[in-house]
Design a protein around this ligand. Structure first.
Ligand code: BTN
Length: 242
């Protein structure tokens, strides 16, 4: 894989490839030769992976990148929320009149449609690969979901993919600094302000079961608090439906 060094963004060294199978795999492979603070973006991603074994379709001009982040397994659920919040804040800043929401824990929705996907995988010990796909130029036709996808372009946000990458990583690094300095409190408040389906009836599909209830709150770990007929439940991981 030929990687071109681009520049330093915050504490990361950013490299770009013309084509990779998956930027998450590229980061996993390159982390020992290149160091633990890297970003790899790709112009083409031929075998992009999504969550739950789905694939992530390539559309020319869209943004595909993965970066490394250190986090203990115990704080990961908070960082998962920060990732979505930082991205939502960037999109809101680029288009203040648009409706930008975060679907728990970190899918960003623009005007009610999904515009990005995030896949977090462990590299080793406390080092994680955070892979993000952003629909810059175009959106795929989604099947089997009760929502559609959209792109930034469709919403009048015309920006080079690399600009979005810079904005995002700077915002994420600012939000992580806030979290490291003051804890999760402010982040949680900001996250809730942008939450999709907050205080509404939702269905959450976890690995084991499907539960219905009211999206009551986000707790201090970034877990979803669901008010069901049996009482309050904390959801650590799952997919949310309306
Ligand atoms: C989802 O299912 O919503 C998550 C999709 C994550 C896609 C991104 S694109 C960059 C990185 N490389 C991958 O193979 N997947 C992630």
């Amino acid at each position: 894989m030929l990687l071109i060094y681009k520049e330093k963004i915050s504490s990361w060294d950013w490299y770009e490839a013309e084509s990779v199978i998956s930027t998450n795999d590229a980061v996993k492979e390159e982390v020992s030769p290149l160091g633990e603070n890297i970003i790899i973006s790709a112009i083409h991603q031929t075998g992009g992976r999504g969550r739950r074994g789905k694939n992530w379709q390539e559309i020319v001009g869209n943004l595909y990148f993965t970066y490394t982040q250190e986090a203990s397994a115990q704080e990961l659920s908070k960082i998962v929320c920060i990732i979505g919040l930082s991205l939502a804040k960037v999109i809101k800043a680029l288009s203040p009149q648009s409706d930008v929401k975060i679907k728990w824990p970190n899918d960003v929705f623009l005007e009610g449609k999904k515009m990005s996907g995030i896949l977090i995988e462990n590299i080793k010990e406390n080092i994680w690969a955070i892979g993000i796909g952003i629909n810059v130029e175009g959106a795929p036709k989604l099947e089997g979901t009760n929502y559609q996808a959209t792109s930034l372009k469709e919403n009048g946000i015309e920006l080079d993919r690399t600009e979005i990458l810079r904005y995002y990583l700077n915002q994420f690094s600012e939000d992580m600094e806030e979290y490291r300095r003051n804890g999760f409190k402010n982040i949680r408040a900001q996250w809730l302000q942008m939450a999709r389906n907050y205080h509404q009836i939702i269905t959450v599909k976890t690995e084991k079961e499907t539960k219905e209830g009211i999206f009551e709150d986000l707790d201090g770990n970034g877990y979803l608090i669901l008010k069901t007929q049996q009482g309050e439940e904390r959801i650590i991981a799952g997919d949310l439906f309306v």
